[in-house]
Design a protein around this ligand. Structure first.
Ligand SMILES: C[S@@+](CC[C@H](N)C(=O)[O-])C[C@H]1O[C@@H](n2cnc3c(N)ncnc32)[C@H](O)[C@@H]1O
Ligand SMILES: Nc1nc2[nH]cc(C(=O)O)c2c(=O)[nH]1
Ligand code: SF4
Ligand SMILES: [Mg+2]
Length: 261
């Protein structure tokens, strides 16, 4: 279904103010296996919204952030498309950053009423109140910042905004307090670990919820199998050393960087 429609492809959806509340900008909708985190391997329908408030240089969903591309789908059509995958009982709402939009709240309410298990993949900068069964939070580290050398567009224009926005400890604490959650860090190397430890300390101080180390996940950075071949063992060894959980990128191992997986 509407995969990578070019409708409205010039807009960079960072301001949800004028949006139609009964519809969402959708980049792709597909049925696959959850590839990341504590539910890895579970057949799930993925609903990928377009538009993001950050610009990670490594973003594996370039056409939801750096160059947003999408068609507009009504919530009715999204729900119908989800239901067409008859074997699925898990839905993953991702992006882009799904929580820049308001409409996911109603979408999640409707999916919850239909009995689906709902996961939201979020960068953790925005809190919303919705029926979320698993908040899969991926706070962005300094190593994600699109400096001039790393910027896929080459000019470093987003570096400052990204840096200012990437961590909001109050939003992280609110998400962790409200929902069953996992903190899933994209790891580019051992230099990321001190920052992860410091951030965890701040979030733990700000929450009334206990965050066990088994809910802290280290995920290797990499969009292709070849890139993961270079990174996964380092990250697995860091997980052992620090006592956090390792998560594979199962979909990349299985299908490399094929769209709709
Ligand atoms: C495209 S993001 C969408 C959801 C949300 N914007 C976020 O970043 O959590 C989905 C997941 O992919 C991860 N991700 C993006 N690019 C990646 C890369 N190059 N290597 C590993 N994980 C990546 C993100 O950290 C996040 O956990
Ligand atoms: N199979 C598969 N699992 C995923 N888990 C989180 C994903 C995402 O892009 O948010 C993702 C994805 O893109 N594909
Ligand atoms: S926050 Fe998520 S969607 Fe946005 S640029 Fe980073 S990885 Fe991509
Ligand atoms: Mg993905």
């Amino acid at each position: 279904m509407p995969v990578n429609s070019t409708a409205d492809s010039e807009s960079s959806t960072t301001d949800a103010g004028d949006e139609d509340l009964a519809a969402l900008p959708i980049n792709e909708l597909f049925y696959s296996l959850q590839g990341e985190g504590t539910l890895a391997g579970v057949p799930s329908v993925f609903v990928r919204t377009s538009g993001c408030n950050l610009r990670c240089w490594f973003c594996d969903s370039y056409h939801t952030s750096w160059e947003p591309t999408h068609g507009t789908m009504s919530l009715d059509d999204i729900v119908a498309e989800v239901e067409s995958h008859e074997k699925a009982d898990h839905v993953v709402l991702t992006g882009g950053e799904p929580l820049i939009h308001e409409q996911p709240v109603e979408l999640l309410e409707r999916l919850d009423e239909l009995g689906y298990h709902t996961t939201i993949e979020t960068n953790g900068t925005i809190y919303r109140d919705a029926p979320i069964d698993l908040a899969s939070i991926s706070p962005k580290l300094a190593s994600s910042t699109p400096t001039e050398e790393k910027d896929p567009k080459g000019d470093g224009e987003w570096a400052e905004r990204h840096e200012e926005r990437r961590i909001d400890v109050d939003a992280l604490a609110d998400l962790v307090d409200a929902y069953d959650s996992q903190l899933k860090f994209v790891v580019t190397g051992e230099d990321d670990l001190p920052e992860i430890e410091k951030l965890l300390e701040r979030v733990r101080d700000a929450t009334s919820t206990t965050i066990p180390d088994s809910d802290v996940l280290l995920m290797p950075e990499g969009v292709t199998r070849e890139q993961l071949d270079d990174s996964r063992n380092t990250v697995a060894e860091l997980a052992i050393e620090y006592g956090y959980r390792y998560t594979p990128r199962l979909h990349v191992d299985l299908w490399n960087d094929a769209p709709g997986t």
